[in-house]
Design a protein around this ligand. Sequence first.
Ligand SMILES: CC(C)(COP(=O)(O)OP(=O)(O)OC[C@H]1O[C@@H](n2cnc3c(N)ncnc32)[C@H](O)[C@@H]1OP(=O)(O)O)[C@@H](O)C(=O)NCCC(=O)NCCS
Length: 174
Amino acid sequence: MDLSKLTALTPPTITFKTYATENDLLPAIKLIECDLSEPYSIYTYRYFVHQWPELCILAHIKDECVGVVICKLDEHRRGYQDGYFSGDKAHLLRGYIGMVAVSKQYRKLGIGSALVARALKKMKQRGVDEVALEAETGNLGALKLYEGLGFIREKRLHRYYLGGTDAFRLKLWL
Ligand SMILES: CC(C)(COP(=O)(O)OP(=O)(O)OC[C@H]1O[C@@H](n2cnc3c(N)ncnc32)[C@H](O)[C@@H]1OP(=O)(O)O)[C@@H](O)C(=O)NCCC(=O)NCCS
């Protein structure tokens, strides 16, 4: 029996943890920047992880960071739509998924979905009403991941990215 083949087929043991220190951030940034057309500054990452550390979740295989999701929460006045007041004053807690990335070597194993599902669970526990994010219209992996978790395409944002490509705003009502 070819043991090396069997090892390759054995699913790797993945552990999940929330952001604890800046040491967690550098490997996560490295993963995110592999595929990013527009790099974020370190301050953008710190804005997210310092305010909502429990919504930054990392996946590890042994000591290697193989996946990350970074999110935040915002309070909205539901009554205001495009600057006009519609009469309903209820407050809305909105979750926002800022970044998600999985190491190329470990994609299509469910790690991305598991990370996002964990973030959604934490948001739900905090009373979030809806979750939003943007994904490039051609990013089939991301669209499949989010739609598989129940997100729907709310609108198309023309020339949303610096390179001129469009995005879909995806939303999930919890
Ligand atoms: C998008 C990304 C996070 C997906 O991570 P992943 O761990 O491969 O996702 P999952 O394994 O949970 O896959 C979820 C579903 O999408 C499918 N999928 C994943 N990548 C795919 C691709 N490139 N094309 C088509 N389907 C894909 C999976 O087969 C799975 O489908 P299923 O539910 O029917 O089994 C990963 O491809 C990535 O890091 N991409 C670069 C960064 C990025 O684009 N981030 C999103 C920005 S909005």
